[in-house]
Design a protein around this ligand. Structure first.
Ligand SMILES: O=C(O)c1ccccc1NCC(=O)[C@H](O)[C@H](O)COP(=O)(O)O
Length: 221
């Protein structure tokens, strides 16, 4: 039996959209604490959203290059299940965050070349999960959430030391092909379920989760 693809909807800002995502079968919801993002939520908003999230859906806090003072404050105020590090954090920093806060850490990194895929092993030693995203262009204002895909052949047939998520420009139209090509069992997205930057669309959330969960089994030959 093929297990259903696990979907993470990132950058949620409305309780109603969390309900939609959970009812449609999302495994994770992500709250974005990067202040320059159109998906940003402050700690009070995130706390309210976290309390509205059904049990069984993991609440992920997305941060970018933050220090311990920030994480102390965040984790005191918001009941999160996992921390996503989506900046230039080193393997040592990933290990430190795990150790200090006792929560599973998802380390995200961008991939554009075969060389970049070496990060799978580097972070696979220290993170609980890996999130492979498109590498942002040099002039990009944000390290994620840019709606850009990468060459999925780069992550086909890799050995994955830890559970991983495929991200970067996924949409209802391309997620089945992405799963078939890469064998991803988990997918993450933000802009592909939005009607405008930072504005989630409930119908797109439902349609995306359905497309991901009904994607045909991977063709890895
Ligand atoms: O989404 C953001 O605004 C963002 C800003 C800064 C760092 C990371 C960010 N998002 C990270 C995510 O987990 C996204 O879901 C992932 O990059 C995929 O985004 P998209 O290509 O828009 O689906």
């Amino acid at each position: 039996m093929k297990l259903k693809t696990r979907v993470k909807i990132c950058g949620l800002k409305e309780a109603e959209h969390i309900k939609v995502a959970a009812e449609a079968g999302a495994a994770y919801v992500g709250f974005n604490f990067f202040a320059k993002s159109p998906r940003y939520v402050d700690f009070d908003q995130a706390r309210d959203l976290a309390l509205e999230t059904p049990i069984g859906v993991a609440k992920v806090g997305l941060t970018v290059n933050v220090d311990n003072t920030f994480l102390d404050d965040l984790l005191t105020k918001v009941p999160l299940d996992m921390i996503q590090l989506h900046g230039h954090e080193t393997p040592e920093r990933v290990a430190e965050v795990r150790e200090l806060y006792g929560l599973p850490v998802i380390k995200a990194f961008g991939i554009a070349t075969e060389e970049d895929t070496k990060l799978i092993d580097v972070f696979g030693e220290v993170a609980d999960q890996l999130l492979v995203d498109a590498k942002p262009p040099k002039d990009a204002k944000m390290l994620g959430g840019n709606g850009l895909t990468f060459d999925w052949r780069l992550v086909k047939r890799k050995f994955w030391p830890k559970p991983w998520m495929l991200a970067g420009g996924l949409t209802v139209d391309n997620v089945a092909e992405a799963i078939q090509m890469t064998g991803a069992k988990q997918v993450d997205l933000s802009s592909g379920v939005e009607s405008a930057p930072g504005v989630k669309d409930p119908d797109l959330i439902r349609a995306f989760i359905k497309a991901a969960q009904t994607a045909p089994a991977p063709k890895l030959s």
